[in-house]
Design a protein around this ligand. Structure first.
Ligand code: GEK
Ligand code: PPY
Length: 249
């Protein structure tokens, strides 16, 4: 059967065969080609979060403002936001530093029509200016930024939001408490097994992610929000060790 790369995701088999020397995980062409399958089989609640981002967008997008999707990958959050925007003078700016992701994201965006313009930027989210923003989304992106760069990014976003503007931060969580962390992490491994990943795939991917993805605890996220100036924030979705947080200016 022929698979259309835009509509029919290829199955993720990247870690299915034993690898001599496991390279650090990177968002390269190989990952791009299986990304929708990989992310939906790895993150419990991913689809519900993307849908929720559209719902939130419908409620908080203000006319003539900008909406940002930082670390957009193939543009799932951008598409969800764009579907919920009418012709109200908004603009979406979607940023990713993987050229392979941006190339494929452009194809996804072209597959639908909308009055809302989308600017796709291949660049580092640490270098992007945020202004006149009614919504900023970091959907599973902050965890890939070096920990020492996270607070300044959140502070920059706070400054760029309009009053009433909303920041969404979806992340894998680390739990403060070893027993709690292990129990919920083991439940997540069962989620991956139930989605067809083998023990080899699970363990090789874990090794590949070790140096590049460093999850924070919910307490660390809340502390960072407060430090940036936010006074209202909460988790609006959680499934096992994956959550989506919102902070309102
Ligand atoms: N410094 C950086 N600058 C720009 N992009 C970056 C940076 N660091 C990482 N990325 C990009 O952040 C994305 C993270 S995936 C986001 C899913 C998407 N939001 C979704 O709703 O499907 C999450 C995951 O795969 O778990 C990748 O595309 C990276 O290239
Ligand atoms: O696979 C995992 O265990 C994860 O933590 C999530 C994930 C999903 C897609 C790319 C990288 C990490």
């Amino acid at each position: 059967m022929r698979r259309d790369p835009v509509t029919m995701p290829n199955q993720d088999k990247i870690f299915a065969t034993p690898q001599q020397d496991i390279q650090d995980f990177s968002f390269n062409e190989q990952v791009v080609s299986v990304f929708p399958d990989m992310i939906s089989r790895s993150i419990p609640g991913y689809g519900a979060i993307v849908d929720g981002i559209g719902n939130i967008c419908q409620r908080v997008a203000k006319p003539n403002t900008q909406l940002y999707d930082l670390g957009c990958s193939l543009g799932a959050a951008t598409l969800s936001m764009r579907r919920h925007l009418s012709d109200q003078g908004c603009r979406i700016i979607a940023v990713d530093n993987s050229q392979a992701m941006i190339k494929r994201a452009q194809e996804h965006l072209n597959a639908f029509v909308s009055p809302t313009p989308v600017e796709l930027v291949c660049g580092d989210i640490r270098d992007v200016e945020i202004n006149n923003a009614s919504m900023v989304v970091l959907n599973f992106t902050l965890q890939f930024l070096p920990p020492e760069d996270r607070a300044s990014l959140i502070a920059k976003i706070y400054k760029g939001l309009v009053l009433g503007g909303v920041l969404i931060v979806s992340e894998k969580l680390r739990f403060e408490g070893d027993k709690l962390h292990k129990l919920i992490d083991d439940m997540h491994l069962d989620f991956k097994r139930a989605n067809g990943y083998s023990e080899l795939e699970i363990s090789q991917k874990r090794t590949a992610l070790e140096n590049v993805m460093k999850p924070d605890s919910k307490q660390q996220h809340y502390q960072r929000f407060a430090q940036a100036g936010f006074t209202e924030y909460s988790s609006w979705f959680q499934s096992l060790n994956f959550t989506s947080l919102m902070a309102i200016k």
